[in-house]
Design a binder for this molecule. Structure first.
Ligand code: IPM
Ligand code: MG
Length: 371
């Protein structure tokens, strides 16, 4: 029998701060997993963010973009840091790298799982009786539309010399339909509930959003339990009882805000992964995607071998799941991380005063638990 080994082609964009050290762990995990699940990896590393500015004069260098166009997925680290903080907002590494890369690959669907293991429930700022059993929700955020990209987007000077700035929040039906479809698929694999978040009491875009989501869910899968919530109420409900939500579906800016709220409720940014899926199919006929940890570059601990690699490793698991169709391998990573935490290993961000483990030791503990 001919046994074909799958080759996973992706770029790694480690970026700044702790990015490179946690990326190193994620690649090691993938290499080890390849032996167990019979795949090989072909990855190349490129500059993005602050290091892109330093080495190429741009946060998203042409050469990096070109390399990403040749592969099936991007494993992203994190970008930014004090060195580039005084640049004008448009040139800051976060914005100047992430927004164009999202646009370039039309990464319209941002999946941010909000997971808190029961073992880590004391990390959550929420009352322990609220989160004693952990948290398991998924935020599905529209990522290439709305007020982030709508035109006009400009600052002008009025006749009286006063300045005026405008951002435009705009959505087309099709943009809402494709993100809803994704949320429906995700919910069907979970508890089958979607709460769509909008501001339909005030915003036209939200009226269209709600109407389109209702029609779409009805058509795609009427078994999904669909509810709606205004964004201000959703922000409140999230801290009151995060587990009332299975899948939260929302537009770009609301999702930006709510996903950070969800992240802090889940205790440590060092544990949270995310996937941004595009409209294009890769060579496996699966979505091209960008996978990145939710946390930042943590410049205070960068280069010290103290960073938590879990979010980067879990992002690699999402890459295996969505862009390479390797569900079992993805679960193997997720279980290994869970077992590592269960065994009591903790990096500083999740140690709660107990003895902290370093980045590579944590990585090795995960690798040892891959099955
Ligand atoms: C995020 C970030 C970005 C966003 C910024 C850095 C442009 O906050 O990924 O949530 O607002 O989308
Ligand atoms: Mg954000």
């Amino acid at each position: 029998m001919l046994f074909l080994m799958k080759t996973l082609r992706f770029t790694t964009l480690p970026g700044d701060g702790i990015g490179p050290e946690v990326m190193e762990v994620a690649v090691k995990v993938l290499q080890k997993l390849g032996n167990l699940y019979n795949f090989s990896i072909e990855s190349s590393s490129h500059d993005v963010g602050g290091i892109g500015i330093d080495n190429h004069g741009e946060a998203l260098p042409e050469s990096t973009l070109a390399a990403c166009k040749k592969v099936d997925a991007i494993l992203f680290g994190s970008v930014g840091g004090p060195k580039w903080e005084n640049l004008p907002p448009k040139e800051q590494p976060e914005r100047a790298a992430l927004l164009p890369i999202r646009k370039a690959f039309e990464l319209f669907a941002n999946l941010r799982p909000g997971n808190l293991y029961p073992e880590l429930c004391d990390l959550s700022p929420l009352r322990s009786d609220t989160v004693a059993n952990g948290i398991d929700t998924l935020c599905v955020r529209e990522l290439t539309g709305g007020i982030y990209f709508g035109q006009p987007k400009e600052t002008t000077t009025l006749d009286n010399g006063e300045k005026q700035a405008v951002d435009t929040m705009v959505y087309r039906t099709e943009e809402i339909e494709r993100i809803t479809q994704l949320a429906v698929n995700a919910a069907a694999l979970r508890d089958g509930r979607i709460c769509s978040v909008d501001k339909a009491n005030v915003l036209e875009t939200s009226v269209l959003w709600r109407e389109t989501v209702i029609n779409c869910v009805q058509k795609l899968n009427p078994n999904i339990e669909l509810t709606h919530m205004y964004v201000d109420n959703a922000a409140m409900q999230l801290v009151r009882d995060p587990n009332q939500f299975d899948v939260l579906l929302t537009e770009n800016m609301f999702g930006d805000i709510l996903s950070d709220e969800l992240a802090v409720i889940c205790g440590s940014l060092g544990m949270l992964a995310s996937a941004s899926l595009g409209t294009q199919k890769n060579s496996f006929d699966l979505p091209f995607g960008l996978y990145e940890p939710a946390g930042g570059t943590a410049p205070d601990i960068a280069g010290k071998g103290l960073a938590n690699p879990c979010a980067q490793v879990l992002s690699a698991a999402l890459m295996l799941r969505y862009s390479f169709g390797l569900e079992e391998a993805a679960q193997s990573i997720e279980n290994a991380v869970k077992e590592t935490i269960r065994a009591g290993l903790r990096t500083g961000d999740i140690a709660m005063g107990k003895k902290a483990t370093g980045t590579s030791e944590m990585g090795q503990a995960i690798i040892d638990r891959l099955q």
